[in-house]
Design a protein around this ligand. Sequence first.
Ligand code: ATP
Length: 343
Amino acid sequence: MTHMTSTDMLLSVQDLKVHFPRPRSRLGKPPEVVQAVDGMSFEIRRGTTLAVVGESGSGKTTTALAVMRLSPITAGHIQLGDMNLGDMRGEALRLARKRMQIIFQDPFSSLNPRERAGAAVRAPLDLMHVGTPDERSARVNELFEAVGLRPEQQHLFPHQFSGGQRQRINIARALATNPELVVCDEPVSALDVAIRAQILNLLVRLQRQLGLTYLFISHDMAVVEHICDDVAVMYLGQIVERAPRRAFFAQPLHPYSVALMSAVPTVGGGRRRAAQRIRLSGDPPSPINPPSGCRFAGRCPVTEPACAAELPPLREAAPGHWVRCRRVDVIDGLPHPPLQMPA
Ligand SMILES: Nc1ncnc2c1ncn2[C@@H]1O[C@H](COP(=O)(O)OP(=O)(O)OP(=O)(O)O)[C@@H](O)[C@H]1O
């Protein structure tokens, strides 16, 4: 979608589909398929963060798992640097996993309660046979310090840490094999609000120090604005808008993005960039055999009959700013959202 040289780009995902066939369909009905992800394409430059945002059920986690090759892929191409991840199997995939790691939302359930913190961080090093045993021990010490824990805390069990500290252990474990790509699936949503900023700042610092590339999954626009370079908004398995952070937050174009943004409160208690909150009617339609036209048409405040008839393509409304909405106009080279937002 954007013009990048091959050395700039670390991850390229093209037309990714993850469909889950339902075990049993009703007699005489066509087979039911959950189209969790349906034609996602995006790229992430080295050392940058792409945030994928959207409501619950839009397909964010399925995208993250597919990129990590932890979920089956129905179609599409996933390229990490020089490796075609989509085609990898067995030992090749195991080795490729050194280069990509995932941090999950829940720091409590992602650690084994009976495993000491140091052993949890060391596990990927043992699994990948990285260095000698002494080098692995030294690396664990280094990782504890890098995430703001004391090396002597490695002997403690998960229940002896706070939620924020447990997420630090998860981050240390994710970094153990020196990955290039870290997929962060809602890494702060389960934490107390007071702790969230600390963990986000840690992720930002580690990115700068280590040149990490993040695919950052979130439903929280305030978190996304803090952390990302680029934003992709998902709705029902598809990207409806993709833009550099500044362009997106200055002027979201898709009516769904505008509604998401209008729900973000400001410090003073008002709404972010809309005079009033735009409340969407109804729930997202089911990802089982979803509508063939624009998937947002049924809830869109500015829909017109043609929207439901045909799925609009993702088109570039301004340099690097892509939107899947036929109602967005481009006038004199400037994109105009169908919903006008006061500055
Ligand atoms: N293994 C599976 N089998 C069948 N359906 C699935 C499977 N995994 C996910 N889904 C469905 O795919 C859709 C997308 O789910 P996904 O978890 O990716 O969304 P999400 O945006 O990450 O939501 P949340 O923020 O709640 O985690 C949902 O309708 C979900 O029920």
